[in-house]
Design a protein around this ligand. Structure first.
Ligand SMILES: [Zn+2]
Length: 529
């Protein structure tokens, strides 16, 4: 079967789709090939390049010519799927030779991949062919086919995320091969329990997030089970007590969740496991997953920031810009306490935390220019430890405190968190760093403490032009607002050479050694200091 497509990536997609016959399955497998090899069939496991003294191409040529005889037994990962175990490498080599092709030939490797899955991993192939979302298919490939040492939840999320990107790119719309805003579901989904209770396609584009409290510490599956035929209620997603996510109504459809037709037409609705009585508190696993899920929803729907405007009146009077999402609450539309005081009082922080993942500035519209932070990204959405030196109901008082701090040489940010103006001096992903800053602030005579209730910000950890950063791997772009990437280089150290705040791909980075070939504009969540 000849390969079709203009790029290696397109050829791989077309080939996988051609025999898996399932978009989710093909995208999930492709996400793993990307994670393993960057889609380079001649990729020799990096750690072996040095010990064996070969580059990718030299190794491939030496194996092909027979001048290097160690291919089968050298334990070095090689090719699209980074085949490592001797019997698999032996079979790959035999397959390529029989086809009269180089061991690094793309078509030969795709053929071998298909043969291997068909003959040796039929349950994995069956899962790919019947996949209903990327995440489930991706987890099967991870745990039953690729089986890397690290199979943690973080790795699962990351790999399914790669798959989701390919799904959006190649299976997202009717305009073939065109990237853009596409209707899809989150790759964070762990299970699917569809409810028949919805109105079909939305009549309004998605620009709203409405989290709810489900009033019970339920599992993800149990939340899915709350909305059978006849119940007259549903939601798009549920988050179970342990942080697992259930898909209940596809994002493209209008759920029946918020007692408001106009809200549900434009909102992604999320039922979260909570206590059964006020304030309907949620586990941290639920809250953290809500942040991640909301960030994922924003990214796939072309949103760069979430706004918490502080009240029903302000929110409903506001028309979100095309890259904005607003937070709304069920209690505005019905005589209910949903989403519960526990979560409702955290809406400001929730927006900040989502925005930190999106790499955009914290936004609380009701506070005017209260927050000027440009959003330090907290790697992988971990908690940010903020050093806070005061909280005031009047902005003028917060500004006065900030001025005193600045006079002593501290970098300060006034932020509106949950209706209070809080004075912060630093936000850190490592608690030890926050403690060091706390000690300095106290030594200067200020009362201060560490809080995780502060979201993003802080000049000290902000990425600036000239900074050495770690590039996490993934697409790079020719311009800061480009819609299609110009490749997906591997992870590695890089330097920031330009910044365009608010752009889709705000950092221009250039690789600083040969680990990565990144050279272009990248997303904020791809770089860390
Ligand atoms: Zn509700």
């Amino acid at each position: 079967m000849a390969l079709t497509g203009n790029t290696t990536e397109a050829k791989i997609w077309n080939h996988l789709k051609g025999w898996i016959l399932n978009d989710y399955g093909a995208a999930a497998l492709m996400g793993h090939l990307y994670a393993e090899s960057g889609l380079n069939p001649r990729n020799l496991q990096n750690s072996y390049e040095k010990s064996l003294g070969y580059t990718d191409d030299a190794y491939t040529a030496a194996v092909d010519s027979g001048s290097y005889a160690g291919f089968v037994r050298d334990s070095a990962g090689y090719g699209l799927a980074q085949w490592t175990y001797w019997s698999r490498k032996e079979a790959l080599l035999a397959y390529a030779k029989a086809a009269g092709a180089s061991v690094g030939d793309l078509e030969a490797q795709l053929g071998f991949l298909r043969k291997e899955l068909t003959e040796s991993y039929p349950s994995v192939l069956a899962a790919l062919k019947s996949a209903k979302n990327v995440r489930e298919a991706s987890d099967v490939v991870l745990t039953k086919y690729e089986r890397p040492a690290d199979q943690s939840e973080n790795v699962k999320i990351k790999r399914a995320g790669y798959g989701q990107t390919y799904l959006s790119k190649y299976a997202g719309g009717s305009s073939a091969g065109k990237e853009g805003k596409t209707m899809s579901n989150s790759s964070l989904v762990n299970c699917t329990v569809y409810s028949p209770n919805h109105s079909g396609k939305r009549t309004h584009s998605i620009d709203t997030l409405t989290p709810h409290c489900v009033v019970g510490q339920l599992t993800a599956e149990a939340i899915g089970g709350c909305f059978p035929k006849g119940r007259e209620a549903s939601c798009n997603y549920g988050i179970g007590k342990d942080g697992r996510v259930c898909l209940i109504v596809d994002e493209c459809n209008r759920s029946w969740c918020s007692s408001s037709n106009s809200n549900d037409q434009r909102a992604i609705t999320i039922e979260c496991a909570s206590d059964t009585s006020s304030p309907y508190a949620m586990n941290s696993a639920v809250y953290e997953k809500l942040i991640q899920l909301c960030a994922d929803i924003c990214k796939r729907n072309g949103k760069t920031k979430v706004l918490w405007l502080g009240s029903k009146e302000k929110t409903l009077a506001y028309t979100p810009k095309s890259d904005e999402m607003v937070l709304t609450a069920h209690r505005w539309f019905a005589n209910k306490s949903c989403p519960g005081d526990w979560l409702y009082s955290r809406y400001g922080e929730l927006a900040n935390r989502i925005n930190a993942l999106l790499g955009s500035g914290a936004s609380t519209g009701s506070s005017g220019s209260g927050s000027s932070g440009s959003g330090s990204t907290s790697p992988s959405g971990s908690v940010l430890y903020c050093v806070q030196t005061g909280a005031y109901s009047k902005k003028a008082n917060a500004d006065a405190q900030a001025a005193k701090m600045k006079a002593k040489g501290f970098e300060v940010l006034v932020k509106n968190v949950g209706g209070m103006y809080k004075v912060q001096t630093g936000a850190y992903s490592k608690k030890a760093n926050a403690e060091a800053q706390l000690a300095k602030v106290k030594a200067a005579g200020f009362d201060a403490f560490i809080t995780t209730n502060g979201g993003s910000s802080a000049g000290s950890s902000e990425i600036a032009v000239g900074d050495a950063v770690q590039f996490a791997g993934g697409p790079h772009y020719k311009s800061a607002d480009a819609t299609s990437s110009s490749g997906s280089p591997k992870a590695g150290p890089a330097k920031v050479t330009a910044i365009k705040k608010g752009a889709k791909h705000p950092y221009h980075v250039v690789h600083t050694n040969r680990q990565s070939s990144v050279y272009g504009w990248v997303d904020a969540d791809r770089v860390t200091k």
